[in-house]
Write a new protein. Structure first.
Length: 231
């Protein structure tokens, strides 16, 4: 047990920086696009900052992901403080909300590409710290890919749900967005309850892996290819 603890601490330490950067950039991107499209709510509240403390949620950003890492869960799940956006202040509320929603996942993909490019620099770091840096880069790519894809699942209050809601007729938009709590319950069922039941009966019922796994693998390979890391 004593030998396992340092290993877990080391492993957890290679997720802290990628998690903070991913969450911060994701939320700041929402606020930045909203500001550029006419709603300065996030700007006035200081949510365009790259200071992680302005975006992290103690439970969703720190405690829950850490527990999942320590428990070696097959997925990483968490959340940050949502960036406040007032659709009526956007110059084009429906199109604007779609752009705001897409901004977060797009920022994560760009961060994943940037992390992959850093491998070319990391190889020049002394051997003592190189492995730790490379683990951070590896986790940054994995985390940002999964964060982007997970948030584009078309279930409110996820970003994909906001996109779908604003593509539908107006009366359906309001109906869907007023039922965010149902989306949260559905996500809990998909992420926690169904896999747990499957595990208890000896089956793999990880719906998130089934749904996002192939796309995540393809996107991960494309990012590595774009960074010149694979042929």
């Amino acid at each position: 047990m004593l030998g396992v603890l340092p290993s877990l601490i080391y492993q957890s330490s290679t997720w802290i920086l990628p998690t903070l950067l991913s969450v911060t950039l994701h939320e700041a991107a929402h606020g930045l696009i909203a500001w550029r499209l006419g709603d300065d709510t996030a700007y006035r509240m200081g949510r365009l900052s790259f200071n992680p403390l302005r975006h992290v949620d103690l439970v969703g950003t720190a405690i829950l992901p850490t527990l999942l890492i320590l428990l070696q869960a097959p997925f990483l799940f968490g959340w940050a403080k949502p960036v406040p956006v007032v659709p009526q202040r956007l110059r084009s509320p429906r199109l604007g909300m779609i752009c705001v929603a897409i901004a977060g996942p797009t920022a994560n993909i760009l961060l994943a590409v940037f992390a992959a490019l850093l491998v070319h620099v990391a190889v020049y770091i002394p051997a003592g710290g190189q492995a730790w840096i490379l683990f951070n880069i590896q986790h940054a790519i994995q985390l940002n890919v999964m964060l982007a894809l997970f948030n584009m699942i078309p279930i409110p209050p996820l970003d994909g749900g906001l996109v779908i809601a604003n593509l539908l007729p107006r009366f359906l938009t309001h109906l869907i967005l007023l039922r965010d709590e149902y989306g949260i319950v559905l996500l809990i069922i998909i992420l926690l309850i169904v896999p747990t039941i499957g595990h208890e009966i000896g089956s793999d019922w990880n719906l998130l892996t089934w749904l996002l796994g192939p796309i995540a693998t393809l996107l991960h390979e494309l990012i590595l290819y774009s960074a010149g890391l694979v042929d």
